[in-house]
Ligand binder design. Structure first.
Ligand SMILES: Nc1ccn([C@@H]2O[C@H](COP(=O)(O)OP(=O)(O)OP(=O)(O)O)[C@@H](O)[C@H]2O)c(=O)n1
Ligand SMILES: C[C@](O)(CO)[C@H](O)COP(=O)(O)O
Length: 235
């Protein structure tokens, strides 16, 4: 069996608010996308990498990754799409059909531990066709009717049943391709795009399994997250 990783890096990073796309923002001397690529490859289970690049920056991303001594697997860089879902689909479209397992990882989670990558990959190889890392939710979560200043609470789900999910999310290539195809056929609109790949698999009615996530794989969305990641890197 061989594993392909699709590294999504085409987002603009609007919530981070920098003047360059989030994947190219510096963390401890290297851009987020390079940290993520090094950790995927460093896990030892990734045989090839497809990276989705922000508009007009395909060559910049390719130079960065292809010249890096730690990125020792073949790399293909493609233009991303208008949503994360469309970017993953663009990556899948160029994926070599010989790979049985596909891991989809966000450049926005640059400090993913190699162990976590291996855990997800191993669970797919062991026969679980869709595997997602997840962490227990520690806050009490309220369901609301979304509003502006004051929102109405309509429920409190039992948090013992909730997991906050991360990436990499791992799939057999066949299932991931089927889930994206169905996702495209179901909705034409960007607003309806899934925020993760497992959601597309769930919509097919196929099982998704959770393995233990890792706080170090936290997503960088805001400046505060970036500062936290810088501290994590110093440890
Ligand atoms: N059209 C898009 C949108 C997002 N992503 C990637 O998907 C991951 C998760 O997205 P998110 O953290 O939401 O990144 P952005 O979309 O860049 O952030 P924002 O919503 O703040 O603009 C990121 O690695 C991002 O680069 C992508 O490849 N293509
Ligand atoms: C895929 C993901 O990282 C799982 O937590 C997340 O859903 C991506 O988040 P986004 O900010 O909505 O793109």
């Amino acid at each position: 069996m061989t594993t392909l990783a699709i590294l999504t890096a085409a987002g603009s990073g609007a919530r981070l608010g920098r003047d360059l796309p989030k994947a190219l923002v510096d963390l401890g001397g290297f851009p987020l996308v390079l940290h993520a690529a090094r950790r995927l490859v460093g896990s030892g289970v990734v045989d090839a990498l497809v990276v989705t690049a922000p508009d007009g920056l395909r060559d910049v991303v390719a130079d960065l990754l292809i010249t890096d001594a730690h990125v020792t697997v073949p790399v293909t860089v493609v233009d991303g799409g208008p949503t994360r879902q469309a970017s993953v689909a663009a990556g899948l479209a160029v994926a070599d059909a010989s790979h049985d397992v596909v891991l989809v990882h966000d450049a926005a989670r640059p400090l993913v531990p190699a162990d976590l990558v291996r855990r997800v990959d191993a669970a797919v190889r062991a026969g679980h066709d869709a595997v997602v890392p997840g962490l227990p939710v520690t806050d009490t979560v309220k369901q609301v009717v979304p509003g502006d200043d004051v929102e109405l609470v309509v429920g409190t789900p039992d948090r013992a049943w909730l997991r906050a999910v991360q990436t990499p999310q791992g799939f057999t290539r066949e299932l991931l391709e089927r889930a994206h195809k169905a996702g495209r056929e179901r909705s034409g609109s960007e607003a309806a795009a899934a925020t993760d790949d497992a959601g597309l698999v769930e919509a097919l009615g196929e099982p998704v399994h959770i393995v233990r996530g890792d706080a170090a794989a936290a997503k960088i969305t805001t400046e505060r997250d970036l500062r936290m990641a810088a501290l994590e890197l110093e440890d």
